[in-house]
Ligand binder design. Sequence first.
Ligand code: SF4
Length: 342
Amino acid sequence: MALLEVDNLDVRFPLRHGEIQAVRDLSFTLERGERLGIVGESGAGKSVLGFSLVNLLAAPGRIIGGSIRFEGRELIGLPEHRWRHLRGRRIAMIFQDPRATLNPVLTIGAQMIETVRAHRRLGGRSARAMVLRTLEQVRIDDPESRLAQYPHELSGGLCQRVVIAIALLLDPDIIVADEPTTSLDVTIQADIVNLLLTLCQQRSISLILISHDLGVVNQLTHRLMIMYAGAIVEQGPTRQLLNDPQHPYTQALINALPEMTPPRQPLQQLPGAMPSLSAVPTGCAFHPRCPYRLDALGQPRQVCIDTPPDFTDVADTQVACHVVRELIATTQDSMPFDEETT
Ligand code: SF4
């Protein structure tokens, strides 16, 4: 049994007219100690998925279908008092903006000690010792003096280290990290990435890393899911997926990286924009932007417009694309019969 199993998850935000389909029929698993990246452009539904996993979905968002099981137990529908026990202790979340995560009117020490004592039966002195040990583990110099400081007295990088320390305090099984380096200076992003990697490895923590940065997920994760318009379009081992992308959207994301562009050439931007999640295109949601939506005669592929593609296995990756499915079927049809059938 996987540590976390998500099946056919559907998350919607009702509107006065219609609804936002933020997460559509999404399934994946996460093993103990595994690090999974979730990548896509802004508006793909990545953060909504992250918030759904820790039951922090903002109103009026609702999970309207599917299942989220942690160690085999269903989490959807769990009452909030059970979630308070689970969140932080078993599944922790690191948010994008560390300053918004920390309470501005409490010192670092007060909020960390409060977190420990809300979940563990520890006296003030033991809780303080635990906090100091954790601050040392996230490589914060002079942790004693940091305890008396307020968030506004710390740099962005230090604030994010404190947030990571809070996530680690209760020794969780899973950390969901939503763009943990986006709001930081480029110079300290690499430090935070290395810190997360080391801590997850040392403690066998499973990581779900939500990011738009393919470089960061390449460094940190074993497996990768590419999201488009609320759904997964491709998933598989990170290296394989980045070295040999199959889905036209994954290919476009990789081609748009600056390092893929020859010197003095313009960046290969993907034309168009992510569709509104309140008006997801029919069939394959990527079809209005897809370079393969036309056939060899220049005619639109009707199947791309009408029918959502199922997943096709290509080596160890799963790809939701009609053209990839046709190519694989053609290749298999043209293969010689194996010995048993001849
Ligand atoms: Fe493009 Fe069609 Fe594949 Fe969608 S299913 S990615 S539109 S070729």
